[in-house]
Design a protein around this ligand. Structure first.
Ligand SMILES: C[C@@H](O)[C@H](N)C(=O)O
Ligand SMILES: C[C@@H](O)[C@H](N)C(=O)O
Lengths: 156, 156
């Protein structure tokens, strides 16, 4: 199956909100996103990796203008989880490589990560699917990252 | 913008490989996926959350039949990163809720997480985009999770 990378998209209007030291048991994610939904905040990316010592982190991205209210919405959860830490960063962009069949080609992830590595861009977060690979990087790296990816996937 | 959840898909043929304590600096992801690509292994999900104390984890999923070779491919990296830990788990399924406009509706993530919480399913990993929300859960939870999601999104 051929892979076709059709687009490199840069999303600059986002901030990330990370919740650290959350317990890894059923209902936790539901509680977090219930508070965020109640505040009427739209969420784009959500990333959670596997837990270690029964603790994990959830990071979500929201519109920069919603970041403060998002933090307020989840801060109440500190009553329930005293070790909860909330970190935010609006100095980021999300870059997505879109295409089809990204999974069936062993090299796409490697190509994307190598293109960014070669221009010295640090990858802060990764979330992928068969049709889209997204990374979060620092805002200052947005331009050179986009150019490196357009070049590596031969898009103008 | 209306959200339309069109499908709940269960992927049972996967195993996850997690690399813990990797340094958070440019080129690390590229090295990891270069080893995996050299071994000719197809990768589906890739998740990396933000680092803490300059260390982070990358988890990827592969076909269960490729898990052992995948571990062998990345084990060499222990020479370069002695604190690298590699964990695998083939007792998982990936469940994806597909649709359109998932981001623009504040409630979809919350709905998905709540449906799983209500049947006591623990969410091990999350990776989302505007058109697909994927979670990794234990294999034993696959059936009740799928039923809960089909019910919550009113799909048969
Ligand atoms: C951390 C969080 O995802 C938790 N495991 C839950 O199921 O809600
Ligand atoms: C951890 C890994 O993603 C690293 N930050 C890199 O840029 O390759």
């Amino acid at each position: 199956e051929d892979i076709v990378v059709s687009d490199v998209h840069v999303d600059k209007g986002q901030a990330r909100v990370s919740l650290h030291n959350i317990p890894d048991s059923p209902g936790i994610a539901a509680k977090i996103f219930s508070e965020i939904a109640k505040a009427g905040i739209m969420v784009d990316l959500i990333v959670q990796n596997v837990s270690q010592e029964n603790k994990t982190s959830i990071t979500l991205t929201v519109l920069t203008s919603d970041a403060e209210r998002c933090v307020q919405a989840v801060e109440k959860l500190k009553h329930t989880w005293p070790q909860l830490e909330i970190w935010t960063d609006d100095d980021i962009v999300k870059i997505s490589v879109k295409g089809i069949g990204l999974r069936s080609h062993t090299g796409v992830g490697e190509k994307m990560f190598r293109a960014l590595a070669e221009v010295g861009v640090n990858i802060q977060m990764v979330a992928t699917s068969e049709i889209r690979m997204s990374v979060v990087i620092a805002k200052k790296d947005a331009e050179k990252a986009q150019m490196a990816l357009l070049k590596t996937f031969e898009l103008s």
